[in-house]
Design a protein around this ligand. Structure first.
Ligand code: HGY
Ligand code: MN
Ligand code: MN
Ligand code: MN
Length: 412
């Protein structure tokens, strides 16, 4: 296949930086959390770019943005879809999700400018609430799009701030008319930063992602008895804070000893009444467990449940759990993996097979079409942190591999 076409690197990089500047709070942190005003600002910018490129922009009922280039192809043919997300975590970096959405738009724009004649439409999506920071589960928009979660149930979900997602999407003007899943992907490709250290360690610019680990999210609520810090003897306490601390250490051991799950994280923790001289009467925190193996993830969840029962009995506290998300590991399409390998080799790039530690919209889109991902390196493996960084040449290389893969898939 002739390789006389490249993406416009300058446009790609400048758009990543422009979008990265949108959705900042008073302290300058990037906070494009789903369905906030900051998220709306990012969405509006992407929609404006897609419209100025002449794409048909559709917004579905859960706020997913799907920009489509018919390209003179047979309109009934299922499209080649690319995508990712532009919502962010709190105090985020500028590359997570956004680089994939902008790369998808760049690929379509470069194909249009080169007068490429696709055999099928080509689309790029920005999925709602991939991060799950405000409304659980994460990858919510793509999960609804793929039919894994009823759209009404998703719209009714209540945020950590007590708001209802449907109301917030309405408020920011992104409660759209299109039915989620209105386009079925002939293939789905996602470019994303690795968010880990492996590509940098192996010295390779392109990761070809073969599979993605399973995710288990839950909230744990511990009810003890608030009491006076000075007058309550240690053996008389029903201390929700100490119980929470025991569970935290258990989780660290569960993910570090052999045979446990691969990672365990407690990212949020709240004590009540949260006062220096009051024994915490209540503790609530979230648990994020992950493993590429279904059985190991299930065993880890069972071990945790058993430990919660022991702590409740020993510490005299009541412990309840709330399931927030549960996704099995996903194996991507070997056919699409081959196409990505061929696209990287076609440009003489070394590539490296990878398992994704992070969740991605591709794992949901893989439910309705053959899907796979391209990773580009994250410096020092840092992500979900303003220090997140991917070098310009790697972003351009990743987008050119995406371009060649889309040309291969859309050319037939
Ligand atoms: O949690 C994740 O892995 C993704 O960033 N939502
Ligand atoms: Mn992401
Ligand atoms: Mn993320
Ligand atoms: Mn392999």
């Amino acid at each position: 296949m002739s390789r006389n076409m490249d993406i416009n690197g300058e446009r790609l990089l400048s758009r990543i930086r422009q979008l990265g500047a949108v959705g900042r709070d008073a302290e300058g942190r990037l906070v494009r959390v789903a369905a906030t005003d900051e998220d709306r600002q990012g969405r509006d910018l992407f929609v404006a770019w897609a419209r100025s490129a002449g794409l048909d922009v559709h917004i579905d009922r859960i706020g997913n943005i799907v920009a489509v280039w018919q390209g003179g192809a047979n309109g009934d043919a299922d499209p080649i879809m690319m995508g990712s997300h532009i919502d962010s975590v709190i105090d985020a970096g500028i590359y997570d999700g956004s680089s994939g959405v902008i790369a998808g738009l760049e690929v379509i724009t470069a194909l249009m400018e080169a007068r490429f004649m696709p055999q099928r439409p080509i689309a790029v999506a920005a999925f709602t609430n991939e991060e799950g920071v405000r409304y659980a589960p994460d990858m919510m928009g793509s999960l609804v799009y793929a039919g894994g979660l009823d759209v009404e149930e998703a719209l009714a979900s209540q945020g950590t701030d007590g708001t209802r997602l449907g109301d917030q999407l309405h408020r920011i003007g992104y409660a759209g008319p299109a039915e989620p899943g209105f386009l079925r992907p002939h293939a789905y490709l996602e470019l994303h930063i690795e968010q880990g250290p492996i590509l940098e360690q192996v010295g390779t610019a392109i990761g070809v992602v073969e599979n993605l680990q399973g995710i288990s999210w839950q909230r744990i609520i511990i009810e003890g008895v608030a009491n006076h810090a000075g007058t309550t003897p240690m053996q008389a306490r029903r201390d929700a804070g100490v119980a929470a601390a025991r569970i935290l250490v258990f989780l660290r051991d569960l993910a570090t000893r052999t045979g446990g799950c691969s990672v365990a994280t407690v990212g949020t923790m709240r004590f009540e009444p949260d006062a220096i001289n009051v024994i915490p009467g209540k503790a609530s925190f979230t648990v994020d467990l992950r493993d590429p193996d279904t059985e190991r993830l299930r065993a880890a969840e069972a071990e945790l449940a058993g430990f919660l029962r022991d702590v409740a009995a020993e510490d005299g506290v009541a412990i309840t759990t709330e399931r927030l998300a549960r996704f099995d590991p996903v194996v991507f399409s070997p056919e699409i993996v081959r196409v990505l390998e061929g696209a990287a080799s076609g440009r003489q790039y070394q590539w490296h097979h990878m398992t994704s530690g992070a969740g991605h919209d591709a794992q949901m889109m893989a439910r309705i079409g053959p899907a796979a991902m391209i990773f580009v390196p994250s410096r020092d493996g840092i992500s979900h942190n303003p220090r997140e960084f991917t070098a310009d040449p790697d972003l351009v290389a990743g987008a050119n591999v995406l371009l060649d893969a889309v040309k291969t898939l859309a050319g037939k």
